[in-house]
Write a protein of this length. Structure first.
Length: 390
């Protein structure tokens, strides 16, 4: 619904009932109340005096793998400098996989690690505890003043709606202002509930700080009442079966052996997440793949996500780092083909025949996606630069 302001420009309104269940004696709902929405220009104003200006766009940074480590684990902590040279993103995990009695040690460990480590151009992220936990407030009020200058992204678990992002957004602004930070810390949300998936578009657009979304398959499966105990990946029971073959008399042989094709449990959710992220100029990620030993299925799941539009995935073990690096980097053959198409298309309009295939402006745009990603990754990875010929 719109109304005209005194200057003649429309003001957007939304309708809200004062109370959905507050019917009168005749069972009639009250008249809707009109509430003016936040003006667009206010969206990019700091939410606290002295806080850094929110970003107007989220630039792409290579993040093929978000590598998790437990800051309370001394063995893992000792490997952080080594891992920083091998991965795109290092994430200090404070939530799941950290026992309750180790929460404070993990928080303190992350402060110590971040303070003493030169990460170079590797991003430092953290996953804080859930917003309904007794630890999250201390996570944020400790980390932002102590290591906010090194912290790139705060990953927020179990986000269910824009209100969760609004809370973290305001709190980060207040803490940044108090700490004198000049660069805003970004927010990454995990989709782990059915409500979060249902609200995915409003989550993506809730704040200029939004960097991206990750799929959290295990918690999401439990919340949806899905009948799988796997952490990501497929399931042999989720399948399509071939039709029964026909016998000579035309009858169907229902008892014959019939081929089966396992399906992807997460296709719908990933596709919806990718669309929401692309709409708002942020980035989609596949989450964890729990069967560390099944490197073949892990690569398949990561590649499905990559082809659908995800830019990276979580790595829970060093063996998954190389898988993510391989899968989320364009194949050199595809990059060479994309460069040929772009060159043949000239100004990008019209159509040409190349190797027996028609290429037009749409295919040129597809090729440009591959080339842009390849150039961004090559700037960080000398081996890829050589493979791409850049």
């Amino acid at each position: 619904m719109t109304a005209k302001a005194s200057c003649g420009r429309p003001i957007e309104y939304r309708e809200r009932f004062a109370g959905c269940d507050q019917r009168d004696a005749m069972g009639i709902l009250p008249a809707p109340r009109l509430i003016a929405m936040r003006p667009p220009k206010d969206f990019f104003r700091p939410l606290a005096v002295g806080a850094p200006t929110p970003p107007r766009e989220i630039p792409f940074r290579p993040s093929r793998m978000i590598h998790f480590f437990d800051p309370s684990n001394a063995k893992m902590a000792a490997k952080v400098p080594q891992m920083a040279a091998q991965v795109d993103v290092l994430l200090g995990n404070l939530e799941d996989a950290v026992k309750a009695e180790n929460k404070e040690a993990a928080r303190a460990g992350l402060v110590a690690i971040a303070s003493s480590t030169d990460f170079g151009d590797t991003q430092l992220w953290t996953r804080v505890n859930a917003l309904d936990s007794p630890w999250v407030l201390d996570d944020l009020t400790t980390l932002v003043p102590a290591i906010g200058r090194k912290l790139d992204v705060v990953m927020v678990p179990k986000v269910e709606g824009a209100e969760d992002i609004h809370y973290v957004d305001r709190l980060l602004a207040q803490l940044e202002a108090k700490a004198g930070l000049t660069r805003p810390i970004l927010i990454h949300a995990i989709l782990e509930t059915a409500r979060g998936v249902a609200n995915v578009e409003e989550i993506c657009g809730a704040s200029p700080r939004m960097q991206g979304l990750s799929l959290g398959p295990a918690d999401l499966a439990a919340n949806r009442r899905m009948k799988t105990t796997r952490v990501g990946g497929g399931h042999p029971g989720y399948l399509v079966r071939e039709d029964p073959p026909a016998l000579d008399d035309g009858a169907l042989a229902y008892t014959a052996d019939r081929g089966i094709f396992q399906q992807d449990l997460w296709h719908y959710t990933i596709a919806r997440m990718v669309d929401a992220c692309a709409t708002h100029g942020i980035y989609a990620y596949y989450g964890p793949f729990g069967d560390i030993k099944d490197v073949v299925a892990c690569e398949d799941q990561f590649r499905n996500a990559f082809l659908l539009g995800c830019v990276g995935a979580w790595s829970l073990h060093p063996v998954q780092v190389d898988i993510a690096k391989k899968v989320f980097s364009p194949d050199p053959k595809d990059v060479r083909h994309a460069l040929r198409v772009i060159e043949a298309m000239g100004d990008g309009t019209g159509a040409v025949m190349l190797d027996g295939r028609m290429e037009d402006d749409a295919s040129c745009k597809q090729c440009q996606v591959q080339v842009d990603l390849a150039r961004a990754l090559a700037a960080r990875d000398p081996e890829l630069a050589a493979a791409y010929g850049f």
